[in-house]
Design a protein around this ligand. Structure first.
Ligand SMILES: O=P(O)(O)OC[C@H]1O[C@H](OP(=O)(O)OP(=O)(O)O)[C@H](O)[C@@H]1O
Ligand SMILES: Nc1ncnc2[nH]cnc12
Length: 173
């Protein structure tokens, strides 16, 4: 089975979560199936091989992916966190989600200037989270190596908002 087959087999759609009208794609069963999780991480490692110096995970579900990929590829990991979680100096970007507004923060100075950072998250919907993460990475003096997503919601604006960056989604629907 391919990684896409495994993701399809282990993802669930929940209507009206977290708000009425939202069709929520729950990928937690992908993480709780060892074959599916391995296939996802291996596909990111192969697809982006040689193209990144560090991995960034977008809170919260991007942390699960980024920590596994950073470990598997022996690369540094940085966390793009929801506002108010990181102590010390932070840079911040506000953005819109499918179901509200949010802010992400990054602590600058963790990697050498110009590091190529691969940004990972589970779902690409409006692209707000990935776009805000890219702005943070660039403001910190790094370059965006690309985006790795498990599931791209093709009917939404995500890919357009990230045009110009390499983007690989394990599956699209
Ligand atoms: O493309 P977008 O419209 O930005 O949507 C995608 C984001 O939404 C979800 O996270 P959410 O902000 O709900 O946070 P969580 O991971 O903490 O649940 C998902 O994990 C992505 O990060
Ligand atoms: N429909 C959706 N399902 C899961 N995560 C999301 N993030 C934004 N929209 C989402």
């Amino acid at each position: 089975m391919t990684a896409a087959d495994l993701v399809l087999a282990h993802s669930v759609t929940i209507p009206d979560f977290p708000k009425p009208g939202i069709l929520f794609r729950d990928l937690t069963p992908v993480f709780s199936n060892a074959d599916a999780f391995h296939a996802v991480i291996d596909e990111f490692a192969q697809h982006f091989a040689g193209q990144f110096d560090a991995v960034a995970g977008v809170e919260a579900r991007g942390f699960l992916l980024s920590s596994a990929l950073a470990y598997a590829t022996h690369t540094p990991l940085i966390a793009v966190r929801k506002a108010g979680k990181l102590p010390g100096e932070v840079i911040r970007e506000d953005y819109q989600l499918e179901y509200g507004t949010a802010s992400l923060e990054l602590r600058p100075g963790q990697l050498p200037a110009g590091s190529r950072v691969l940004i990972l998250d589970d779902v690409l919907a409006t692209g707000g989270s990935c776009n805000a993460s890219a702005r943070l990475i660039e403001r910190a003096g790094y370059t965006v190596a690309g985006f790795g997503l498990v599931l791209e919601l093709a009917g939404m604006t995500g890919r357009e908002r990230l045009a110009g960056y390499p983007l690989h989604a394990i599956m699209s629907e």
